[in-house]
Write a protein that binds this ligand. Structure first.
Ligand code: IPD
Ligand code: CA
Ligand code: CA
Length: 298
């Protein structure tokens, strides 16, 4: 299979990669054509590309893995009692896609749920495939078998501290006024090499796994955004927790992923943020306007 090593031990990744590539190819066509945008709510967008991609992935996964469950962003809820469950984001980065900004992907994460597991408990992430159709980049992992980018092993970065890190985040498209993340964005900007907000959480996580980013955090993501990316990061040697250092759960609603080396420092930073400690002051727009007016008057 192109983009994968020929190692015989891959169980789910070969078929899932072919499906992600096919869905990504459809997204590329829609992107070239341009599509109309609809609103699911507030600033939450959806397009025919999201729905077509999910339909295709649902059909192909059912052909390849007839016993597996599927939980998709655009409404698929198939065979959820199964031992295996795919979390499907058929187009992660819809806002980018709708605006012609070429940063989006297909994300497929496989969870193994042993018999008897309570509905609210997490199983184990078993496989991950994220495909960026604009760069033709395929990020894959299986638990215990490592992580690859276009067939080559991926490693999280070796950056030792936040002051040398490039980090990323995102913002929700629902309940935007209830989200404090802009404060974190500001403080991270002052303490690191910079913060990227590129608009695809799944790709952000894949980039942490690939060592292109040193950390990523976000509030209020869903399992289809994170399932694949978490396994990529872990298999690439990074670490994923909630903001308190607790075990990340698919419905945690908060994710902190890093290269592992800066994780403790990041957790301390989140503690400080939540306690309102050690925050660097910057001028308010009003204070800045007064300084600006003062300069103009000289
Ligand atoms: C969104 C993207 C974005 C993140 C949002 C997600 P969607 O997913 O991952 O980066 O900030 O919270 O909802 O809606 O494009 O699949
Ligand atoms: Ca998403
Ligand atoms: Ca989506």
């Amino acid at each position: 299979m192109s983009g994968l090593s020929s190692a015989p031990e891959w169980v789910w990744v070969p078929a899932a990669s072919a499906i992600a590539r096919e869905a990504g190819g459809r997204l590329r066509e829609f992107f070239a054509q341009g599509v109309a945008t609809e609103y699911k709510g507030d600033a939450d967008l959806v397009t025919v590309a999201d729905r077509t991609s999910e339909k295709l992935i649902r059909e192909r996964l059912a052909e390849a893995f007839p016993e597996h469950g599927i939980y998709g962003e655009e409404g698929t809820r198939d065979r959820l009692e199964s031992e295996f469950r795919w979390y499907v984001d058929p187009l992660d980065g819809t806002t980018n896609f709708a605006h012609g900004f070429p940063q989006f992907c297909v994300s497929l994460g496989l969870e193994r749920r042993p018999e008897g597991l309570a509905a609210e408990e997490d199983g184990t992430l078993a496989a991950a495939v994220i495909y960026d159709p604009m760069r033709d980049e395929l990020f894959v992992a299986e638990r215990g078998r490592g992580a690859l980018l276009n067939g080559k092993p991926m490693r999280a970065s070796r950056t030792p501290e936040l002051s040398e890190a490039l980090v990323a985040t995102g913002f929700p498209s629902r309940k935007r006024h209830a989200n404090p993340n802009i404060h974190f964005y500001q403080e991270f900007t002052l303490r690191s090499h910079g913060v990227r907000r590129a608009g695809s959480a799944a790709l952000d996580l894949a980039y942490v796994a690939a060592g292109r980013l040193d950390a990523f955090w976000e509030f209020n993501l869903n399992p289809w955004d994170t399932a694949a990316g978490i396994l990529l990061v872990e298999e690439a040697g990074g670490r994923v927790t909630d903001f308190s250092g607790g075990q990340f759960k698919l419905d945690s609603r908060e994710i902190l992923a890093s290269n592992g080396l800066i994780h403790a420092e990041l957790l301390g930073f989140f503690d400080d943020m939540f306690a309102g400690r050690n925050l660097a002051p910057i001028p308010t727009p009003r204070e800045f306007a007064a300084q600006r007016a003062g300069r103009a008057a000289k």
